[in-house]
Design a protein around this ligand. Sequence first.
Ligand code: MN
Length: 296
Amino acid sequence: MMTHQMKIAVFDDYRLGVINGLHVCDISGLVEDRWRGHPLAINRLIECWGEVRDQAVRLARTAKPKRLDEVRLLPPVPQPRQLLAAPLNYHQHITEMGSSPHVPGGLPAEQTSREMGFFVKASGSICGPSDAIELPSWQGRVFHHECELGVVIGRTARATTRPHAREHVFGYTCLIDVTMRMNQEFQEERPMRKSFETFTPIGPWIVTADEVPDPNGLSIRLWVNDELRQDDSTARMIVGVDELIQRASAVVTLHPGDVYATGTPAGVGPIGPGDRVRIWIERVGEFTIPVRQRDW
Ligand code: MN
């Protein structure tokens, strides 16, 4: 079977596009008019992808492209209905957090995949590759980067089995799970530490699942300025993509466009205003995003 280069982006006023090298072809016409210019247009495109995919391929070859540097890339899913995240999904990250002053009392000694679930981030924390990570000026807290493979759900998934889980994946995106860490004094803030606005940059686009034969074997890296901070492979996830979906779908129905942050490898560390954070994932893409102080 011939596979098509398929990277789906959202740009300018929520237009839908297929990336073609340094260009983007507008495929907004593939969803009904009422979705035009709507932040949920991509969710609708994903929902009807089975019917419009071939048209998208055709349009990508024939539509007049725009230069990528002349559009503004938005988060590839500006408004997922749910933004789920895996905690502690790489052993070496568990080790580094176990000795962190930000986790008083340490982590359970027998932290295994059998004990893991998911947590939710506010979907309002999503931002895109053209935005900035904005840190609140709360004193006495630090803010960490976590580079993660983001899974974008395609077909609705409820109580799916592990062998069928992958059929519910639309594609993959780069995701930074920005996290506030705090000492004992502020522990009551833990539940909201990952949900600040702009704390989930995703992008630069979604690479469709058929381009990524094995999401559990991708190199993943993150730099702050020019310093390589995280460098690992999704092969070292404790719970792989299929099982994450199987487990989550046993708890709640997953919908087209939902985003799942699959956990971060070791090497998390502080970011501050003026820094530039770059994330790269093999086969998926990369983007660089500045960090600034929030002005509200
Ligand atoms: Mn994380």
